[in-house]
Design a protein around this ligand. Structure first.
Ligand code: HEM
Length: 487
């Protein structure tokens, strides 16, 4: 049977793997994207690394990624249905759903509210929450990460549910945050239950099964967000408070004639809203953390961006989204952050739903495909001196250079699964980067004696990766800047 399917084509090459466990130790290596790149340097652009009986292939070049995930997307857009999905409460999350009619229905609903023209309706909310973010930074700059979190959470919760962020409620913030952290469950190799599903039946009190408590926490928080937030929207619709939100518009369209169909539609709305929240908040949060880190490490970049902002925007107002065409250097910083510190270094893994092939190699149905987006974004052929944060690489004669490969091609994923929140994310990141640079100076953190602390850029080994350290010193550029922040 195997011979009929493979028609004699070999599997791609790969390292020798141990009996039963395969390459499990490889998957647990630090900065796994670098380890993947080393394997591709040794074995070629597609490498076979089975783990505990699951076939996994690393895709190590733009060519193999485009051939398999874009051109053959009808058979490479599935997702692995791992035990982690239901254990962590993510069955409702359509980024984990199998490729098929259910996923299509969710994605279509999402896209209706996030395609480019629809996303443009949210610019005001993004601008307002960014202004609030600037004020928060002034009050307590050392709480940078917390404020970035607030910023994106507040924007997305307002757009999706129409609800104002309840800053005063620690419990609310804690649950919203806990739901977001469910992505940690998918850190490659962190939970063996991913490959040994019988472990899901081991009770939490058995030594070594503490992971069950992690999963319960994520499940409970995710269910809370999924159900309670939609209830809040529905309550707010009575007074008109939440009526402009995505959820309100979707709920209004439900045809009440058929009770079962209406209940089913409401469940899909809850899922889509949850995904808008969880897909958006964590990714943009990490990208903006990396931005602060990049600027603290590169004073020249900051100086050039501020010179551009001073010339185009001037001292009497804050930048707007409409300034974007006139701020190529700021836009180049935005591109460079996506390239330098990709938040999903190997995207969200795809899975094949049918047999296929690449370069004479057989790729059977049920194979997990891990595109090494990080390696593509750090390829010295495309981006010389790739470890350096250098926005200039995207510019020619003071304008964005269309000949340089746009990092968005890799940072937002591939084929039919490409990130549908990309336009919302782009607008959000641009306005944050522009406003922050316009009013603040960002420099390295200081120790107790006021001396700069040496900081180093390292990303955490997680599916959604974050800089390990993004401490920095944030001070208003001038008295005028302080007035703009407070205005
Ligand atoms: C810097 C910001 C962001 C980055 C870098 C990013 C990146 C990605 C990537 C790499 C994927 C996987 C694509 C694939 O499987 O090939 C993805 C999927 C997804 N993203 Fe984003 N994203 C960002 C922001 C957002 C925002 C703001 C939203 C929501 C408003 C969002 C919603 C989603 C959803 C729903 C999926 C799942 C798509 C599917 O499986 O069909 N993302 N994103």
């Amino acid at each position: 049977k195997w011979h009929n399917r493979s028609r004699g084509r070999p599997l791609p090459p790969g390292p020798d793997s141990l009996p039963y466990v395969g390459n499990v130790s490889h998957m647990r290596r630090d900065e796994i994207w670098k380890a993947h790149r080393e394997l591709c340097e040794k074995y070629g652009e597609i490498v076979n690394v089975p783990v505990l009986g699951q076939r996994i292939m690393i895709l190590g070049s733009p060519r193999v990624i485009s051939e398999l995930l874009d051109k053959q997307s009808s058979v490479t857009s599935d997702r692995m249905q791992s035990a982690l999905v239901s254990l962590s409460g993510q069955d409702a999350n359509f980024s984990s759903q199998a490729y098929g009619p259910k996923w299509r229905r969710h994605r279509r609903m999402f896209w209706q509210h996030f395609f480019p023209a629809a996303s443009a309706k949210y610019l005001d909310v993004q601008r307002d929450t960014t202004r609030m973010f600037l004020r928060k930074l002034l009050a307590s700059p050392s709480r940078l990460s917390e404020h970035i979190r607030y910023n994106f959470r507040a924007a997305i919760v307002k757009v999706v549910y129409g609800v104002e962020e309840q800053e005063d409620s620690d419990q609310y913030v804690a649950i919203m945050e806990k739901a977001l952290s469910a992505a940690e469950a998918f850190t490659p190799g962190r939970y063996l239950v991913e490959f040994l599903p019988f472990l899901r039946h081991v009770p939490a009190w058995v030594p070594g099964a503490g992971f069950q408590n992690d999963f319960k926490g994520w499940r409970d928080a995710t269910n809370w967000v999924r159900n309670k937030m939609v209830e809040k929207t529905k309550t707010g619709m009575v007074s008109g408070e939440t009526s402009r939100s995505v959820v309100a518009q979707l709920v209004e369209r439900i045809d009440g004639g058929d009770a079962a169909a209406a209940a089913d539609e409401l469940e899909v709305i809850k899922n889509v809203a949850l995904m808008e929240y969880s897909g958006g908040a964590e990714t943009t949060y990490s990208t903006l953390q990396s931005f602060f880190m990049a600027i603290a490490l590169n004073p020249d970049v900051q100086r050039k961006a501020q010179a551009e902002l001073d010339a185009v925007v001037g001292p009497n107002r804050l930048p707007e989204h409409s300034d974007k065409p006139n701020l190529p250097y700021v836009e180049a910083i935005h591109k460079e952050v996506l390239r330098w510190a990709p938040v999903l270094p190997f995207s969200i893994p795809h899975m094949t739903s049918g047999d296929t092939e690449y370069g004479g190699y057989f790729i059977p149905a049920g194979t997990i495909l891990l595109p090494n987006s990080w390696a593509c974004l750090h390829d010295p052929e495309t981006y010389p001196d790739p470890e350096r944060f250098m926005p200039e690489r995207f510019l020619r004669d003071g304008k964005l250079n269309p000949d340089v490969c746009d990092p968005a091609q890799f940072a937002f994923g591939y084929g039919r699964r490409t990130c549908p929140g990309r336009y919302f994310a782009d607008a959000s990141l641009f306005i944050n980067i522009a406003m922050v640079l316009h009013v603040y100076d960002i420099t390295p953190p200081l120790d107790e004696d006021g001396k700069p602390i040496k900081i180093e850029m390292r990303m955490e080994n997680r599916l959604i990766s974050h800089p390990m350290d993004c401490r920095c010193t944030i001070t208003p550029r001038s008295e005028k800047a302080r007035e703009l922040i407070m205005a």
